[in-house]
Write a protein that binds this ligand. Sequence first.
Ligand code: SAH
Ligand code: SF4
Ligand code: F3S
Length: 505
Amino acid sequence: MLIIGDHTFSKDEIYSNAPSAEPERQLYFCSCVKEIVKARFESDCASGEALLRYGSEQLQKMTEAGAFATFHIETYGCQMNAKDSEKLGGLLIRSGFMEVDTEAADFVLYNTCTVRENANLKVYGHLGYVHSLKKKRPSMLVGLCGCMMQEAEEVEKIRTSYRFVDIIFGTHNIYKLAELLFDRLATGRMEVDVWEGTSEIVEDLPADRKYSFKSGVNIMFGCNNFCSYCIVPYVRGRERSRDPEDIVAEIRRLASEGVKEVMLLGQNVNSYGKALGSPISFAQLLRRVEAIDGIERIRFMTSHPKDLSDELIQVMKDSEKICRHLHLPVQSGSTRILEKMNRRYTKEQYLSLVDRIRAAIPDISLTTDIIVGFPGETEEDFQDTLDVVRRVRYDSAFTFIYSKRSGTPAASMEGQVPETVVKDRFDRLLREVQQIAAEVCCRDVHTVQSVLVEEKNTHMDGYVTGRMSNNTLVHFPGTEDLIGSIVNVYLEESKGFYYMGHREG
Ligand code: SAH
Ligand code: SF4
Ligand code: F3S
């Protein structure tokens, strides 16, 4: 039974009154969940239980925010997951929850990643901890969502060995969080709802944005590339692009709320829009975003080298707003390995692409992802990777040890490389990458750069931290009121991967 205003509703009535269109249906379930947590909160307040649970300071914050319970989301993985967590947080706030920075919350949600095995292991570590919390407070709710939940074996393991988990859902139905929570609260049973795929994109969900001045914006979901080592296409489904009108409308709204920098998100932004009813290229989309007043910086992630067009290079060159940074994952420098990885470019094609980009935009900063120890990788292949690193001279590189993901073609390839060999290559690669990055990153010292101030410096009192167009961090004296503004900073000293500076003008 649920009492809303003067009326009492049964569970069945609540379902039959639910709108069928989205996101209206979810907003309706948000208000139902809110009524349930509110009723519990009010009785806990009356009995003094709430004061014991939250303490007076937290209780006051909740009252001021009109919240009746707390939530915490632990997010793993990439920017896509970070963006999903903002949407999940937005739904929870609408459902009467307030965010706290600890797993000792009324609802803890783990938004998981499964791209490498250690991402999975981290989640199981946290589950052990949250179980101990839940033993002390059985009313607490624990949820799991995200990429790892798209794997049937993982869900089965949790169903059988982690019975204290309350809800499990995947990557395709995050917008249904409130409905799933309602089901769980109404039935008391573990709620498992994982979809194999979807063609639907639910627009206009509320989001609890982490920063007031910058925001990620999904432009597409899923991936069609099937790089042979990668699990993402299996857990995120086929590529789907959002309608450009929806993207532009969202960015206009963000700009009107004070957002200055947007990061356009997709697993392979360069193939954006190709399958839409009225096809549009990523470069054309960027031109439309560039025209939005109030947006001063545009970033995007990730670019697959095989689809990076000359049109895109031209748009970046002409642009006042697109940041001077390109993340261009190479994965390996060996053409033989790239072929086995199904990357669909050769070492020479990659290097010539880098040359074209640098010729057009000389001040661009390039970063990359590299995998070492892919099945069959020989010392000669690895030398090709080092060669690419030395020739391109990346500003930074994310280096990964190959992780076998079951179900991917690479998992059953011959010639898995022994751990000691991989570790040795990884260390050599890291040394090379770091040495080059330290040399490259100081190139702007003694110049004035525009910097978007992001936060108060946590280590140095009276300092703030901001980001240059090319993504390098700068620390300089300043006060909190600068956060969210773009200021000119003189770069006094390079510290390898960041600068110390002072405000100019
Ligand atoms: N769509 C992006 C990458 C997403 S995954 C792109 O294509 O660039 C982020 C990075 O994780 C990849 O670039 C790759 O370097 C790494 N990665 C993916 N699967 C991996 C695996 N099985 N083992 C090790 N690293 C992996
Ligand atoms: Fe994975 Fe390749 Fe798709 Fe990137 S492009 S998500 S590496 S399959
Ligand atoms: Fe991980 Fe999923 Fe992103 S597997 S890297 S969170 S798309």
